[in-house]
Design a protein around this ligand. Structure first.
Ligand SMILES: [Mn+2]
Length: 323
């Protein structure tokens, strides 16, 4: 044991260098996202992974409150490679990335949780830390977008992967519903639908609110390169928030989610599109709707962790932050 440094094993709590890659048995030790060190202090952190274990807004089957834990557990299997396949660098080498743990909220007062999420993440963003949130159900994107708008100004562009538009009209001003939050966000001027894109949809909504929609059949017919070309043209240099509902993927690739819909994207298609967005001004991202109780063999959690790692690569190539 003499030649082993103190940070060998339990990297999540023993490592002191945020650029250090872990030396740890894949199936052992304390899991954090990608074995990143846990940090509550953000003063020296470029990017924070934040779990948001909230699933109160779910319309169908629940369980995404276990999403952050499930994605973290699956992510450790991705942590031992010194490069990310498909990219020519590793985001850990280029940015100081920490796991901030889970967002604390008063679970017994659900009506107050959206404000708690918004205020907490606004505090994180004020410290010039980029935030990658792991849900939780998709409703969390609404307070997350409010927090990012406070930092970057509104409206922002949104790049939205999903089986559902989540823009259904809501009669409740303060409704906590994971199918209506982008209706509120658009109506209240937080999102500019004209410079935003929705990818993978395959459910009916008569009013698209002006969003540029590339539904799942369009993706299958025209291919991922065409999606990339269109999204890059639509979003341009705008500051864009990336939100990925894991049910964008077909249930074959993401069974562990609350509202699965057949005919979706493969994990490979989603990765190709994400990689094609490198160089856009991504200001933040979330990966939502992973529900481990409905998962099988970690298929969904691993897809979520893999995509979240790709999001970190996008963060590292966002011009607004680094140039
Ligand atoms: Mn959604």
């Amino acid at each position: 044991m003499a030649d082993k440094p103190e940070s060998w094993g339990d990297h999540a709590i023993t490592a002191t260098d945020l650029h250090e890659l872990p030396r740890e048995i894949t199936y052992a030790g304390v899991p954090s996202f990608l074995r990143r060190p846990y940090r509550k202090d953000l003063s020296d952190v470029d990017v924070a992974i934040l779990g948001v274990p909230f699933d109160t807004a779910t319309t169908n089957r629940p369980g995404t409150r276990f999403g952050p834990r499930g994605v973290r557990a699956a992510s450790v299997d991705l942590a031992f490679e010194a490069l990310v396949y498909g990219w020519d660098f590793h985001p850990v080498t280029e940015m100081k990335i920490a796991d901030h743990g889970d967002l604390p909220f008063e679970f017994a007062k659900p009506a107050g949780i959206p404000d708690e999420i918004e205020k907490y993440v606004a505090w994180m963003l004020e410290q010039d830390t980029m935030v990658l949130s792991i849900g939780g159900d998709h409703f969390i994107s609404w307070p997350l977008i409010k927090a990012h708008s406070a930092k970057h100004g509104k409206p922002i562009s949104m790049i939205h992967f999903d089986a559902h538009s989540d823009t259904w009209a809501d009669e409740h001003e303060d409704g906590i519903n994971h199918g209506t939050m982008f209706w509120h966000a658009t109506k209240q001027g937080y999102i500019d639908p004209k410079t935003s894109a929705q990818i993978g949809l395959r459910t009916v909504n008569e009013d698209p609110l002006g969003f540029n929609i590339f539904d799942a059949p369009w993706v299958h017919k025209h291919g991922t390169d065409a999606v990339v070309e269109e999204v890059r043209r639509i979003v341009g240099d705008n500051k864009a928030y990336l939100t990925f509902d894991i049910d964008c993927l077909d249930p074959a690739f993401a069974p562990g989610t609350g509202t699965p819909v057949c005919g979706g994207l493969s994990t490979a298609q989603a990765r190709e599109i994400i990689k094609g967005l490198s160089g856009l001004n991504i200001i933040g991202a979330d990966l939502v709707e992973v529900s481990p109780p409905f998962d099988h063999a970690e298929i969904t959690a691993l897809a979520g962790a893999t995509l979240a790692l790709d999001f970190l690569c996008l963060f590292a190539r966002a011009p607004w932050r680094w140039t």
